[in-house]
Design a protein. Structure first.
Length: 181
């Protein structure tokens, strides 16, 4: 018998001084049975880092051919494709051809570094691709904050991210590995 997704209710307040974006989002996030707390919290963080009124969580990990988060125009064109983890070159090529902008948030410590070492050279042709790495120490601590009902405050300034959950404040610096051309 298949397990059901676990539903998380998230109130996400974003203050992004770099993009002049200030908004509170009420999110209902389905956590797939095979998804870890770490990946769930990185999805929420990635949403905050790219927050926009048209940004949406997708069906996620269980759906091939879709990113974790996307933003579509009013006419249905993919403006932004956000992926998590360590996607292969084929996935990157396909996503870069489908969307105006593609952002990947890699995580996993040495596994992410090995992945980037192997794939870096093949990404130079993708002018609409940005890749950021999230330090394992930060993502593990972020995972510890997961709960079925959360209120998160995310402040972004000069590329630095402060995440406040209850009485805990975390500082995360996404490391840019590749910028769009």
């Amino acid at each position: 018998m298949a397990q059901n997704a676990t539903i998380y209710k998230v109130e996400l307040s974003v203050s992004d001084m770099d993009r002049h974006y200030y908004e509170t989002h009420k999110l209902t996030v389905a956590k797939h049975p095979s998804e870890t707390d770490e990946r769930l919290m990185i999805r929420i963080l990635a949403f905050a880092l790219n927050a926009h009124e048209s940004l949406e969580m997708t069906r996620g990990i269980s759906t091939e051919g879709e990113p974790d988060i996307w933003q579509k125009s009013l006419s249905g064109e993919l403006e932004l494709w956000v992926a998590l983890g360590l996607p292969g070159e084929k996935v990157l090529r396909q996503s870069c051809s489908k969307a105006d902008q593609v952002v990947v948030y890699s995580y996993g410590g040495s596994a992410a570094e090995m992945w980037w070492g192997k794939i870096r050279g093949s990404t130079t042709r993708f002018e609409n691709l940005r890749v950021f790495n999230l330090a394992q120490s930060s993502t593990v601590e972020l995972a510890r904050q997961a709960s079925r009902s959360m209120r998160l405050q995310v402040n972004i300034q000069d590329g630095e991210v402060m995440v406040s959950v209850e009485d805990t404040i975390l500082y995360i610096t996404p490391e840019p590995w590749k910028d769009a051309a």
